[in-house]
Write a protein that binds this ligand. Sequence first.
Ligand code: CP3
Length: 354
Amino acid sequence: MDELKNDRYLRALLRQPVDMTPVWMMRQAGRYLPEYQATRAEAGDFMSLCKNAELACEVTLQPLRRYPLDAAILFSDILTIPDAMGLGLYFEQGEGPRFERPLLSFGDITKLPIPDPEQELVYVMNAVRTIRKNLRGEVPLIGFSGSPWTLATYMVEGGSSKSFTKIKKLMYTEPKSLHLLLDKLADSVTLYLNAQIRAGVQAVMIFDTWGGVLTGNGYREFSLAYMHKIIDGLLRENEGRRVPVTLFTKGGGQWLAQMAQTGCDALGLDWSTDIGDARRLVGNKVALQGNMDPSILYAQPQRIEQEAAEILAGFGFGEGHVFNLGHGIHQDVPPENACVLVEAVHRLSRPYHP
Ligand code: CP3
């Protein structure tokens, strides 16, 4: 494999010195880019795009052609695992993801298979291999998965939800069934992420988008415990380098200290947590990724730069910061504004890395 030309992102995750703060954006490949829209139209629909290694590679690289980003992220989705378990994922125009066969009973959960990543999910591994080849060592490639809790919310609700009543009813009335589901998902995610690492991803991130809807006790029992189990089973070194793991619970700012005890290398922050407070809380235990409100990208360049400067100052001197948005980029953001942000982070962060 090629020597990595820019390893700023991997170094920052391991709290090693860098020349400037690395930056990437959640959902950096997506609908705000006209070239993405064109490639998706060519593929037909979103899942066909994910299943075509050449086109998935093309959309992964699109944002890197526009901006000096410090990492690429595999183009795929967290819902590939439930799809591979047989739930029948589809996307309804403007309504987000849906399942043809959501989980309705304990029997449905006991019957769920644990997918073999090199069989049912081989299209993801093929995308990873194609992207790594085409990246030519320019920047590292990030692999990812959803957390068991977040995947379970979609599988039980049958799609996106606002109130999570179905999964919470299961949690409070049949906790054993939910634990069985989460356990199967943790095993599936572990196999899936390890296969991504073997196929060539150089860091992994676990998206726990819906952990924040739980109570503190609920979070520990139904989300954090399973992410901890995954981390315990991950390959931590490949190609002679450590493979850093980032945990991101949206709305999880109050649980950062517990998250830092899982053995992960970094924590992702949404914008509701002050990054300086987060750093004081976790100390030197883990790196931090975040945490600009994605809606700032609607503002004028000067306002975007001001926000980047405030977040860099909030983290302060020393190592261990990966700049990112606090959640995915919005689909109606002008692409030029993303350029303003990425360039500002590099320029304004130099003084923090003397
Ligand atoms: O970040 C990247 O550029 C990599 C690609 C990526 C996608 N989804 C592509 C995608 C990643 C990392 C994800 C993760 C994902 N998917 C999460 C966790 C992160 C988060 O946003 O909280 C979640 C919850 C999902 C589930 C999902 N997939 C939803 C809710 C949707 C619909 C979103 C919408 O706005 O309609 C998707 C579809 C999806 N995944 C799109 C993209 C680019 C949009 C599909 C399209 O082209 O229409």
